[in-house]
Design a protein around this ligand. Structure first.
Ligand SMILES: C[S@@+](CC[C@H](N)C(=O)[O-])C[C@H]1O[C@@H](n2cnc3c(N)ncnc32)[C@H](O)[C@@H]1O
Length: 238
């Protein structure tokens, strides 16, 4: 997915409520934020790959200063429009890999939801390292990544119900959805990738979402566990 691609999507993004935070009907992400934000309210909060800015705007009252970064000009334009009256939030159009602004360091809390999905390991490594580089020594990041175990579970459930799954698994955790290839993670592969990039996890939780986000009918899938993303809490190793 290129920045242009996301810009084409920007207007529809809010209408279709595809952001991770809104899809989290159990409030798993907000509960994790609530546990972490108090000790960090005077610190910088960064949302990497902020999309149309809904999450950073929803959290803005809890922090002195917030920055939302996204490589899509359309998403940032939409975010800025929504934030006209909000004083402590800044939106920046930049690629995460390229973003090296010395004003955005020492962050107390970084969010990065459904952004680290590039099938290229070297691209993902750059993003993980950028997150690590932005965190203060005692800073933490909350990262949402797509779950491969969830796709395996949903594929098996579809097979049992003689339904065509909406996602197709390829080698090495790559999953194709409507022609778009993205990296999905098992809990194990996620922890290993963090470790290889000088990071460690202190929390790993499922964030269930409803069937329409999977392109499936909830009535047909009744009785099957909801699909989920992984929420991982991340610290720097040193
Ligand atoms: C699936 S959307 C997620 C948006 C938001 N985090 C959410 O949960 O709703 C992915 C977003 O990440 C942005 N993005 C993807 N790769 C990026 C990169 N390398 N640098 C900055 N933004 C990126 C896209 O432009 C898009 O807005």
């Amino acid at each position: 997915m290129t920045p242009k691609h996301w810009t084409q999507w920007a207007q529809d993004f809010d209408n279709h409520v595809t952001d991770a935070f809104s899809a989290d009907f159990n409030g798993v992400i907000q509960k994790a934020m609530d546990k972490l934000h108090n000790a960090r309210r005077k610190r910088l909060f960064v949302d990497f790959g902020c999309g149309s800015g809904s999450f950073v705007l929803a959290q803005a009252k809890k922090f002195d200063r917030c920055v939302g970064i996204d490589s899509s000009a359309g998403m940032i334009e939409l975010a800025k429009r929504k934030a006209r009256r909000v004083k402590n939030v800044e939106f920046v159009c930049e690629s995460i890999q390229g973003y090296d602004d010395s004003r955005v360091t020492n962050a107390g809390l970084v969010a990065c939801f459904n952004v680290i999905t590039a099938t290229s390991r070297s691209v993902r490594d750059k993003v993980w390292r950028r997150i690590g580089g932005m965190l203060a020594r005692d800073g933490v990041a909350l990262v949402v990544c797509p779950s491969l175990e969830s796709v395996q579970m949903v594929t098996a459930a579809c097979k049992a119900k003689s339904l065509e799954p909406t996602r197709h698994m390829r080698r090495g955790g790559v999953v194709v959805t409507e022609g778009v290839s993205q990296q999905f993670f098992t809990a194990e592969s996620l922890v290993a990738e963090l470790k290889a990039n000088g990071l460690k996890s202190f929390l790993l939780e499922k964030v269930p979402y409803k069937w329409p986000h999977e392109g499936l009918d909830g009535r047909v899938m009744r009785g099957v566990e909801y699909p989920w993303d992984w929420l991982v809490g991340v610290r720097r190793v040193k």
